[in-house]
Design a protein. Structure first.
Lengths: 78, 249
């Protein structure tokens, strides 16, 4: 099974991809967003929001085949 | 609506020439009101362009004073303004820029206690704050008073913008459910290039004007994210969340 993963605003460095580039990530069985963070050594503190198919999900969400996952770091300045 | 004076026809000529504005659109802008919450990196350029465009009444809310470290990005404030309340410094420049625009100062922090009362005095709210707590208060107040809320946030070399039409599309908490961890790095640690909030604020002002004119496609259910280094702009589709604590069904 695969998800389509996109990361933004500095998280790209953990995946070695560029801004907005999508990445297909294979997984087996019960895998959460947190598991994906672990696989790429993305610190959970650096992810302030995760969207799956456009909807907010916690990091403990169990991924489904074909999910479109977007991860956002804390960006709060003004 | 009152007709434009000859001086206004000249001042707003380049607006009026834009097909989606015209004379009627300019009159709409002159009879509109916008609240800009925050007179810093986002608020300075957003307020500047809105006042230049001829928004009739602009409120500016901020409880802070001008600090030397603000001046590389907060373009409404000058070296001579150090130590002054930001709203006073901002109001001086904005009044001088366009006497058509009434500038209303709110020299205090917008909180849960005063948010709805202040927000309800305006047609639309610009999020030019620098923290999630204030953003969540404003998001809820805009939902409660049915005011459009144009969000932006920036850090280092990146930024994002989203337009929230209450109960019609995703709100801020549909996407960002919790504030970042207290250990998350801020502009103090990671810095911010002054042009980055400038870009985001120009997008916010454009969204505000489009909304007030009823023109174009707004960033509703779309989170625009840009990177200053890659100079890539991308929109991410977002959905209104039935389980959102602020706007959930």
């Amino acid at each position: 099974m695969f998800i389509e993963l996109r990361v933004y605003t500095g998280l790209e460095k953990y995946l070695g991809i560029s801004h907005g580039e999508k990445m297909a990530v294979a997984f087996d069985g019960d895998t959460t967003i947190r598991d994906i963070l672990g696989r790429y050594n993305i610190p959970a503190v650096e992810v302030t929001a995760a969207l799956v198919n456009g909807l907010h999900k916690t990091l403990d969400y169990c991924l489904q085949d074909g999910d479109r996952v977007s991860l956002f770091p804390p960006v709060g300045g003004g | 609506m009152v007709d434009l004076s000859p001086l206004q026809e000249k001042r707003y000529h380049r607006n009026i020439q834009v097909p989606c504005i015209g004379v009627e659109g300019q009159k709409k802008l002159l009879s509109s009101s916008v609240l800009v919450v925050g007179a810093g990196g986002l608020g300075s350029p957003a307020a500047y362009f809105l006042v230049a465009a001829g928004i009739g009444r602009l409120g500016i809310a901020d409880g802070d004073i001008v600090d030397l470290s603000n001046l590389q990005r907060q373009i409404l404030h000058f070296t001579a303004d150090l130590g002054r309340p930001k709203v006073e410094s901002a109001a001086d420049k904005l009044s001088a820029l366009n006497p058509d625009c009434e500038i209303v100062m709110h020299p205090y922090v917008i909180t849960q206690d005063n948010a709805c009362e202040v927000v309800a005095q305006y047609d639309l709210v610009i999020d030019a704050t620098d923290n999630f707590a204030s953003r969540f208060v404003l998001n809820k107040a805009c939902l409660d008073t049915n005011r459009p809320f144009i969000h932006a946030a920036v850090l280092s070399m990146a930024g994002r913008v989203m337009t929230i039409l209450p109960h019609q599309g995703a709100c801020l908490r549909c996407v960002f459910r919790e504030p970042p961890s207290p250990t998350a790095k801020s502009t103090f640690e990671l810095g911010i290039l002054g042009t980055i909030p400038g870009i985001a604020a120009c997008l916010q002002a454009t969204e505000a004007i489009k909304y007030l004119l009823g023109q174009g496609e707004l960033l509703v259910n779309r989170l625009l994210i840009f990177g200053g280094l890659s100079m890539q702009f991308e929109t991410v589709a977002v959905l209104r969340d039935p389980e959102c604590p602020d706007c959930g069904l």
